[in-house]
Design a protein around this ligand. Structure first.
Ligand code: SF4
Length: 285
């Protein structure tokens, strides 16, 4: 299996990525269409264009964003709803997932509102601010149990969609392109690095031209199973039910807070995967 290469949109590099699955990083929304065209020109297997802006969603320039190409748009916050509302129709037409920080109650509320407006979101659950676990749990419950139509809230929607008792564990880092053994990062020179389960990066021992080789397959398998290191020495994650869909995502702050959150996500996924029971026909007047 070839890893997905997360790479800058740098033409000399793109020529080396032919036929590989690629996430193309850009920081300027005006370059989104150019990135999609370059993926086509260089025969990349485009997973998505990853637009990382430092601004708010309310300020995202929409002119020039391709409507059908897969977009991952990372913003710092949603911004005021009064400025999002007039552009909602255009935002909804994009084939986009919007990535927002999700640590505080206010951030969780923003994601919930965007989801209720039909936008697909991804909650960036790891961050420097103290986490409001209760608010994040409420977000997971909303994502898993709210029957009213709403956009995805990843990683909870991702976990619920992919959950399969026979194919665990499930790594939520895949949502933000950091799952070990699935993604590698390339810089402009083509040097590769690999994500680790602790959120860091380490040099990848092989070159772009070797991706797809047996040696790479072995390296990726090792990276995918390196979560077992959590069980070498005593660690709070070892006794956590949510580990099957978390793999130590919050290992640096592991405790009751994250445990409650990921157990909620797991139970929501189990419910989604359970065989549907026909609802009881209600009595008729
Ligand atoms: S939820 Fe917390 S305790 Fe449980 S596996 Fe994840 S990081 Fe570890």
């Amino acid at each position: 299996m070839k890893p997905v290469v997360v790479a800058p949109c740098h033409r000399p590099l793109l020529g080396r990525l032919r036929d590989l699955p690629v996430v193309l990083r850009i920081s300027d929304p005006a370059r989104a269409a150019e990135a999609v065209a370059a993926a086509d020109e260089f025969h990349l297997n485009l997973t998505c264009v990853y637009l990382e802006t430092g601004g708010e969603l309310a300020d995202l320039p929409l002119d020039g964003l391709p409507e059908t190409a897969p977009l991952a748009v990372r913003v710092s916050a949603s911004g005021p709803m009064r400025r999002i509302a007039p552009r909602l129709d255009r935002l909804q037409r994009l084939n986009a997932r919007f990535y927002l920080p999700a640590r505080t109650r206010a951030q969780a509320a923003e994601i919930r509102v965007l989801s209720s407006l039909g936008l697909h979101t991804a909650a960036l659950l790891v961050g420097p601010e103290p986490a409001d676990w209760e608010a994040l749990c409420e977000l997971a419950v909303y994502s898993c149990y709210n029957a009213a139509p709403h956009g995805d809230i990843d990683p909870f929607s991702f976990i619920a969609r992919r959950y399969d008792l026979h194919h665990l564990p499930l790594d939520p880092r895949a949502v933000w392109f950091e799952a070990p053994g699935k993604f590698v990062e390339a810089d402009e020179t083509g040097a590769l690095s690999a994500p680790r389960f602790d959120g860091g990066l380490e040099p990848f021992p092989l070159a772009i031209e070797e991706l797809g080789s047996e040696a790479v397959e072995i390296a990726l398998n090792e990276a995918r199973s390196s979560w077992r290191e959590f069980f070498i020495t005593p660690h709070p994650c070892q006794a956590c039910e949510g580990f099957r869909v978390c793999l130590g995502l919050f290992a640096a702050e592991a405790g009751e807070g994250c445990r409650g959150l990921m157990t909620e996500a797991l139970e929501g996924a189990e419910r989604a995967a359970a065989p549907r029971v026909a609802p009881v026909e209600p009595w008729q007047p």
